[in-house]
Design a protein around this ligand. Structure first.
Ligand code: AMP
Length: 288
């Protein structure tokens, strides 16, 4: 596996591949890799001739009181994991090349970042969109692979790619959420959970499934659906819920802001703290 640390090196090699007619997939990550990340890499490998993964813990997307400094960094293990699945290259940008001093240009999006996580993580999506736009420019792949686990991120990035006309060169693919057998979505942050918290964590998925079941049974009132999901989480007596909301899957706009009727195309999304660990998850209302 090739390792790149500068944007010019990754750009040059990917350009050579493209000149040779090869199709290039790209999987951006923050490292602390797990089977969810590897599923993206594997799908990219099936669908492309070359695959680049990046590992960059992006300071711009963490708030001042968030877990940037304690975010797990496991570079050696990550590189071995990527190599073992056949990833062709890993790109490890340096923070000072990514954000040279004086850099004051950021990507601000209006709608999707206002809701869900955006209400609790001001500036987070500006950080995500800025780094992803830079990574896309640096790597210049044909296809960008994202996980649906981060549903709002998929919405925001897809809209950025479309609205900035990057879609002329780039396809965005959203891949299914990889879960533990008990339903917990894999996440680099799961390693923060104590054994007691880990035992109760799958309730998040059960709460989402309960909303889906009620929707499938015919319930369309958003307040009823949301309070049903919240009651499942509340019963576990362990979560501090930030949001559990039915939203428009294209924009992340909460349905409570409209006529409060859930549609088949909507998504139910949740964020909740378990101890000091913030977990997010989502499923389409038609089930996953
Ligand atoms: P992260 O390293 O958390 O920034 O994630 C990098 C990419 O992996 C993002 O596109 C995530 O949505 C995706 N990802 C993270 N967890 C999972 C999962 N459990 N299943 C599928 N994709 C995931």
């Amino acid at each position: 596996m090739l390792t790149f640390e500068s944007r010019s090196n990754v750009h040059e090699v990917v350009s050579e591949w493209k000149r040779a007619g090869l199709r290039v997939g790209f999987v951006p990550t923050m490292g602390a890799l797990h089977e969810g990340h590897l599923a993206l890499v594997s799908q990219a490998l099936r669908e492309n001739d070359r695959v680049v993964a990046s590992i960059f813990v992006n300071p711009l997307q963490f708030g001042p009181n968030e877990d940037f400094t304690r975010y797990p960094r496991t570079l050696d293990v990550d590189s071995r994991m990527l190599d073992s699945v056949g990833c062709h290259a890993v790109y490890l940008p340096h923070v000072d090349e990514m954000y040279p001093s004086g850099a004051d240009t950021h990507v601000v999006q209006e709608v999707a970042p206002k809701y869900l996580c955006g209400e609790f993580r001001p500036g987070h999506f500006t950080g995500v969109l800025t780094v992803v736009l830079k990574l896309i420019a640096q790597v210049a792949p044909h296809v960008l692979y994202l996980g649906r686990k981060d549903f709002q991120q998929v919405v925001a990035i897809t809209r950025m790619v479309r609205h900035l006309d990057l879609d002329l060169e780039l396809e965005v693919k959203a891949c299914a959420t990889v879960r533990e057998p008990d339903g917990l979505a894999l996440s680099s942050r799961n390693r923060y959970l104590t054994p007691e918290e880990r035992a109760v964590a799958p309730t998040i998925k059960r709460a989402l499934d309960a909303v889906v079941a009620k929707f499938v049974a015919g319930e369309r009132r958003v307040d009823v659906l949301e309070s049903h999901g919240r009651s499942v989480l509340d019963a576990a007596l362990a979560f501090r819920i930030q949001y559990l909301q039915v939203v428009d899957s294209e924009t992340c706009t909460p349905r409570v802001l409209g006529n409060a009727i859930a549609l088949r195309t909507d998504t139910v999304a949740v964020a909740a703290y378990l101890g000091s660990t913030r977990l997010i998850d989502n499923v389409p209302l038609t089930g996953s």
